[in-house]
Design a protein around this ligand. Sequence first.
Ligand SMILES: NC(=O)c1ccc[n+]([C@@H]2O[C@H](COP(=O)([O-])OP(=O)(O)OC[C@H]3O[C@@H](n4cnc5c(N)ncnc54)[C@H](O)[C@@H]3O)[C@@H](O)[C@H]2O)c1
Ligand SMILES: O=C[C@H](O)CS(=O)(=O)O
Length: 503
Amino acid sequence: MAFTSASNVLLKNIPYQFKDVSLLDNRAYIGGKWLPAESGATFPVFDPEDNVVIFRVVNLTDVEVHKAIDAAQTAFLTYKEFSHRKRRQLLHQWITVVKENRDDLAAICTLELGKPITESYVTVDYGLSFLEWFEGEIERLYGETIPAARENNRIFTTREPQGVVAAITPWNSPIAMILRKVGAAIAAGCTVVLKPAPETPMCAIAIAKLFERVGYPAGTLNIVTGDAASSPSIGNELCRNKLVRHLSFTGSTAVGKFLNGECGKSLKKTSMELGGNAPFIVFEDADIQKAVDGLISSKFRSSGQTCVCANRVFVHRSIMSEFAEKLNATQQKTFVYGSVWDPKVNFGPLYSSRGLEKVQKHLEDALANGATVFDKTSNTENQGPNFFPPTILLDCNAETMRFGSEETFGPLAPLVPFDSEEEVLRLANTYESGLASYFYTENISRLWRVAEALDTGMVGVRVGLVSACEQPFGGVKESGIGREGSKFGVEDYTDVKSITVGI
Ligand SMILES: NC(=O)c1ccc[n+]([C@@H]2O[C@H](COP(=O)([O-])OP(=O)(O)OC[C@H]3O[C@@H](n4cnc5c(N)ncnc54)[C@H](O)[C@@H]3O)[C@@H](O)[C@H]2O)c1
Ligand SMILES: O=C[C@H](O)CS(=O)(=O)O
């Protein structure tokens, strides 16, 4: 297998040869220029497989962020005059270059996130599906004519792009999260200042490298890299600068609440895609193997590191032992471990030691409060420092154990017994989050009752995966504001203007 350092940016040899090394850049992208931090500061990016530093990326402050916002505003004044047809044609070109560089993008995702390479291709294709959906939406951003009460008036509406969007994205599924957010804003006619997660900045930089090859005005997309948690001036600038019309955040509920509050001071529009704590309910009349397959695809996807992963697994007491047996047998047959560069491997490490610590704390807490581990997952030896195997817990209680009120974000499947529909709906709806929920039943009346009763933005019925470009993605309660993907995702970056004409 060829071992090569793709450029002086990549600080580690990997078993992959980049086709286009120009995608590997460690600088910020502002006003169409690739720039270092004015302070010269950089921050490290680690390989989750072995905690080795693989990149050092520029670490900006509000100084550069302010310049990026100015560049985005200047670009907006030009870009907003482009016809919808021209915007669609440009987006189609971006889609084409992303497709042409799919292999390198998947490799960068595997490098930064420790995602098995096959899963990285899935996340690139998932991100592409959003761009393709948004391309179709651009020329459907219709207005309306409205019958006026006053006879000599005529009223019509238009949908207008809001302007500069500040976008902040998380480390998990970085390519998809960036394209789902930035693609919608660009399709709507807005310009963007993107602050990617410090764990996966190179995915954002590579996407910007490809964006740059299309004929957008300089400053339409800007990338400001930095560890905003330890350098709050970045977030302060994005929240306070009055040229920013919309702050679109995907990340933890705690940070989302903070940013939403800050944006409230200048009454910015915000989109918030926050944390979840998905209940996964298996009723006594469910097809048990289908429910097991659904849980495998929800709970263990991306090693449990998605916002829509099942977090609390409620199983009717009468089928608990059969369900647990089938779940363990199925997960032992499903997962292949080893190097994330091996296309046969489908289960990778957690994204960092911080992620590992959180899952370990949830496991220890559950065991200390009466839970027991069901069997031991086989053949997981000799995995890296951030590896945590798929783990099934029995005798769990969602009201007394931490997983019941905190997002685990790892491959821990706590099975909680329940006895009635009323009890499980009360348990499912107690938590402040309301992103996704799932349930399995073969009873059609129960299907409608429970789908309508679950207090989440998205419900999966006899499926463990709800995410798709055509589906409005988002939560209620403390899981967020607004929807991404679908037609709603693009409309969220437009304002409806009403025009009344006297004749
Ligand atoms: N609802 C969704 O669509 C969705 C999708 C993916 C992840 N998530 C959630 O994201 C979380 C995991 O991602 P994470 O660990 O990157 O979350 P995080 O909130 O720690 O960070 C998310 C982003 O916010 C930035 N950030 C952190 N503090 C900031 C501040 N003070 N000012 C400005 N920016 C700041 C980070 O640098 C990163 O870019 C989980 O809770 C998961 O549920 C939600
Ligand atoms: O982790 C959060 C993602 O939005 C989940 S998904 O990749 O969209 O299913």
